[in-house]
Write a protein that binds this ligand. Structure first.
Ligand code: ZN
Length: 164
């Protein structure tokens, strides 16, 4: 039970001046963001938002998966989302390794076969981003009034560049 003590202690401190109780959970700034799980990314801070402002969906690579589309449809219709940003980033592991390389690295760490584990890698990050943005724009439950953009986040400068 002690494995998480440091984090639980931090949580009690966090809850001491908790300000979001009773909040209805909409995206107060009307923003949804799909981005990578990468620890170098601060999805709210990088666009000047704070907790409560945006719906955030993260996965390895920041791809628009079926689950991401599910989240965006809910966001658009039930949670005040009017603008969607799809944000992969520079030096991303799933854009700079092949699936075989990732399987080899995981297998070396795990000490067992990992050839059955799927990783959604891409060779051309910007082409994949364009496809992902098109997936959101063309979704039958995402109205044309929703603005959708594709951006690349530079993990070394902190800057976003719109690509799509
Ligand atoms: Zn990444």
């Amino acid at each position: 039970m002690a494995d998480f003590d440091d984090l639980m202690s931090a949580n009690r401190t966090f809850a001491e001046d908790f300000r979001y109780g009773g909040f209805d959970g909409v995206a107060a700034a009307g923003v949804a963001l799909v981005t990578c799980m990468d620890s170098r990314i601060d999805p709210l801070g990088m666009i000047g938002l704070v907790p409560g402002d945006a719906k955030i969906f993260r996965n390895p690579g920041g791809w628009v998966t079926p689950q991401a589309l599910e989240a965006l449809v809910l966001g658009v219709h039930l949670l005040n989302v009017q603008r969607v940003l799809v944000v992969p980033h520079t030096r991303c592991a799933v854009a700079s390794n092949s699936e075989a390389e990732l399987r080899e690295r995981v297998a070396a760490s795990a000490g067992q076969d990992a050839s059955w584990q799927q990783f959604h890698v891409v060779e051309d990050q910007v082409a994949a981003l364009a496809e992902d943005v098109a997936k959101v724009r063309s979704h039958p439950l995402v109205p044309d009034s929703v603005l959708v953009g594709g951006f690349l986040y530079d993990v070394d400068s902190g800057l976003l560049e719109q690509k799509v």
